[in-house]
Design a protein around this ligand. Sequence first.
Ligand code: AMP
Length: 430
Amino acid sequence: MSKTKQKNFKAPKGMRDILPEEQIYWEKFLKVAQRLAEDYGWQKIETPILEDVELFIRGTGQTTDIVTKQMYMLKTSGGTRLALRPEQTPGVMRAYLENGMNNLPHPVKLYYFGPMFRHEQPQAGRYRQLYQFGTETIGESAAVLDAQVIQFCFHLFRSLGLKKINTHINSMGCPQCRPAYRRALVDYFRRQKNKLCPDCQKRLKENPFRLLDCKEEKCQPVKTQAPAMLDYLCEQCHRHFKEVLELLDELEIPYFLNSALVRGLDYYTKTVFEFFLEEETQGARMALGGGGRYDNLMKELGGKPTPAVGMALGVDRIVAAMKKEGVKVSPIYNPKIFLVQLGDMGKRKSLKLFEMLHQAGIVTAESFSRDSIKTQLKIADRLGVKYSLILGQQEALDNTIIIRDMQSGVQETVPQEKIIDQIKKRLIKK
Ligand code: AMP
């Protein structure tokens, strides 16, 4: 025996187990989201969890928090530098290029679901392994596609039973109009530099748009007076944004114009949007997801200029909101009958019968490791099944089986070969 003290293993900080009782919410989210996404014409894609580090540096952006501070990186024994994906958009764009999807009819519409990894300080609704469900619409620049992504999210939240969600929207302009706005922002904030938090003073040099995103109390009064991108949009960006808003009006989707909404990533152009829970969590607004247009990302990754629009939803937070709102979910496991077995022969035959019932589409519960009939019937009671089937030594020899009505306690013996028909008939009647 080793003398070393046993270690109590724990999940890594900021990462967690999602236990069976929570899975019903995840299942519901996924079922509704996938069905709706497919109905809207997005098709599922999976990409690797690990990608070349450079993909995120070039794609997500060199000055973004998720690349500079939050990326988990590793070096393979061959010396390749890989990162656990902090987001999936660059991976999907790489897959589009690598698999020649540019030859497909456009727009190419893809959706994904999976874990992302960000080395952030864990807090309410913030994990280091988080799950996102996202869509990408690649190859078209029409404003109607921006509106469609927002329409999808709006209907998804509704279908999940989440009503108290606000949509915020803004435009980040394009490489033609953004430089003038950037200058105006830098001029404005430079004049107020000593009123800014240390992080914002740094952002002023590297990524002045992120100043608008700052949550520090100290920066709030300065932010409210800052110039707005909407006043600097070029003709084309202005027209595009106006069209998106008109379409949302047409769809009767309410929204807030939010000139401080910049999103954290470098690649956005034109429309950006974010969804917030109406009710604050621990004094802060909780974002359930967001996205926008990124017309220059594909070129950044080595492809031909290809416009695209997409979004990512935070599934951990959506599930938490569903639980808080008391959204109804049906259990994944919902057995209709219970199979009680007694004695060696009864047990042996029960395993086979269980498979037959399963093949006939009758979800059957069992407790094969128990021997006592009393214990097994107690479990059946607890599960709330309508009928139990009892297969003992005698029934195994006679090729019969007992059907017990759990409510009345009435029992009837029937031939085993008729059991499927008999059960189906009774379940339909109930
Ligand atoms: P982003 O594209 O970074 O805005 O992420 C999209 C959504 O993912 C956010 O609105 C959140 O709902 C969710 N999300 C982002 N980071 C985390 C995290 N660390 N933990 C849980 N959810 C997150």
